[in-house]
Write a protein that binds this ligand. Structure first.
Ligand code: NAD
Ligand code: UDX
Length: 462
């Protein structure tokens, strides 16, 4: 078949993989090649067990792979033939040097740019898919210009998908954002990319802006979303002290159409690879532009989140008579949210580490996170301190307490009477996601602690 356009994407991660898969599905006439430096990752994309879990993804990959969707480590070949090159490499928080702990580490991003310039044999459109600081596209344009004789247009096309719902978000996005230079060549490039999305996204939802607006909108969207969670979590602490119920408060404010009902679930804290990283990035940008008040304002969202995670761990210890030493604690859920195996920045890491420090023995169950990943995240703890189970009932047997740290649906329908019988009394439940039926658990005999609920009805047993 003759393809009408060739696209390549550098970075076959949580964003590059699903995004390109959906483009391939919706545009059979476009050849899409997803590249990565990691041979292991590419091999997994070409196998039966994909490197990431997303509901619905496997089917779409299998439908397009080998037809117009290819996964390859041959970056040079893919770049040479592509008209449009997406760069979706990782942009983590810098670990050392200037801006360590806050600024985005742009080394992978710039290396990808230099590599494209060194092998391109004609003009290309470069699409910034990674989340980057404002003005990064300009830096990329300069790197490309100084290293190649061809013309490159750099576009900003930030990705708004959330993990666990990536396919749905990509098929029916609230909006697609394409930013570019407001020159004839820039506008033409914007149009070319926007037209690809317009094949399945209604035109009014494909927004086009200048470069800086697109870059800043991505950081702003994540900052606003995380801010809502920290806001409701801050109120959850007040609820626990006053007898108000945070779910009732969230509902009562969420029906106000100006506030809206989404992203108001109080929790043990937000996790994931994006929120903290992107807010720190925004904070760093504000400081470097001489705006400390703006920086402090957004930084408080992270301070509140750290406090919420710590507060949860402290509540566990204090409820269990101020010591968890030698006690077995069952941890249900380790991923940063349900329907993903991703553990980046998951609040479970913080809570588990605190419990290990307090001398507790943990048995952890998560339906999608691998044992290797949990071991890695917890710094390879000794097996007598932490064991990973394949079954929630096994994890809970013989435990003093259960901590629910991810909102997996399957935790709602476990047989808690059976679990109660297998546990050490008094049995504690710490529901970090407010997903369980607390009244029923209390009826069974559990001491229940939840986020943003009053504990006054929990009597310490004799
Ligand atoms: P990831 O770590 O899962 O994937 C990045 C991949 O890029 C890795 O597999 C890495 O090997 C590869 N890579 C690095 N340098 C390369 C190069 N020069 N050539 C080819 N491949 C290279 O990261 P991710 O979660 O997919 O995130 C990618 C970007 O998208 C980040 O900037 C992130 O902030 C942003 N983002 C992520 C999400 C999300 O939900 N994960 C959502 C929106 C935006
Ligand atoms: C987020 C943004 O939603 C997405 O638009 C962006 O592209 C990437 O970052 P993601 O991190 O994948 O997506 O998941 P999200 O659903 O936003 O959840 C992030 C964290 O917040 C999770 O730990 C989740 O459990 C927590 N959360 C979310 C709450 O605690 N309460 C809520 O009401 C919503």
């Amino acid at each position: 078949t003759e393809f009408t356009c060739r696209i390549c994407c550098l970075g076959a991660g949580y964003v590059g993989g699903p995004t390109m898969t959906v483009i391939a599905k919706m545009c059979p006439d476009i050849k899409v090649t997803v590249c990565d430096l990691s041979e292991r990752r590419i091999a997994a994309w070409n196998s039966k067990s994909l490197p990431i879990y997303e509901p619905g993804l496997q089917e779409i990959v299998e439908g397009a792979r080998g037809k117009n969707l290819f996964f390859s480590t041959d970056i040079d070949a893919a770049v040479r033939e592509a008209d449009i090159i997406f760069v979706s490499v990782n942009t983590p928080t810098k670990k050392s040097g200037i801006g360590a702990g806050q600024a985005a580490d742009l080394q992978y991003w710039e290396l990808a740019g230099r590599h494209i310039a060194s092998i391109a044999e004609g003009p290309k459109i470069i699409v910034e898919k990674s989340t980057v600081p404002v003005k990064t596209a300009a830096a990329m344009a300069r790197v490309l210009e100084s290293n190649s004789k061809f013309a490159f247009e750099v576009l900003s096309n930030p990705e708004f998908l959330a993990e666990g719902t990536a396919v749905e978000d990509l098929l029916r996005p609230d909006r697609v954002l394409v930013g570019g230079e407001q020159t004839p060549a820039g506008l033409a490039a914007i149009d070319k990319l926007a037209n690809i999305y317009r094949r399945w996204v209604p035109t009014e939802k494909v927004l086009t802006t200048n470069l800086w607006s697109a870059e800043l909108s991505k950081l702003t969207a994540n900052a606003f979303l995380a801010q809502r969670i920290s806001s409701i979590n801050s109120i959850s602490a007040l609820c626990e002290n006053t007898g108000a119920d945070v779910d009732e408060v969230a509902h009562a404010i969420g029906v106000d159409s100006r506030i809206g009902p989404k992203f108001l679930r109080a929790s043990v804290g937000f996790g994931g690879s994006c929120f903290q990283k992107d807010i720190l990035n925004l904070v760093y940008l504000c400081r470097s532009f001489g705006l400390p008040e703006v920086a402090n304002y957004w930084e408080a969202v992270i301070t509140m989140n750290n406090w919420q995670k710590q507060r949860f761990a402290e509540k566990m210890v204090s409820a269990m008579f101020n010591t968890v030493s030698g006690k077995k604690i069952a941890v249900l859920g380790f991923a940063f949210k349900k329907d993903t195996g991703d553990t980046r920045e998951t609040p479970a890491i913080h809570v588990c580490e605190q419990m290990i420090k307090e001398g507790a023995a943990l048995s952890i169950y998560d339906p999608k996170v691998t044992v290797e990943q949990m071991n890695y995240d917890l710094g390879s703890p000794s097996p007598d301190k932490v064991c990973m189970e394949q079954d929630a009932y096994v994890a809970c047997a013989g435990a003093h307490a259960i901590a629910v740290l991810t909102e997996w649906d399957e935790f709602k329908t476990l047989d808690y009477s059976r679990i109660y019988t297998s546990m050490v009394k008094p049995c504690f439940v710490f529901d970090g996601r407010n997903i369980l039926d607390h009244a029923k658990l209390r009826q069974i005999g559990f001491q229940v602690f939840a986020i943003g609920k009053s504990f006054s009805n929990e009597t310490v047993l004799d």
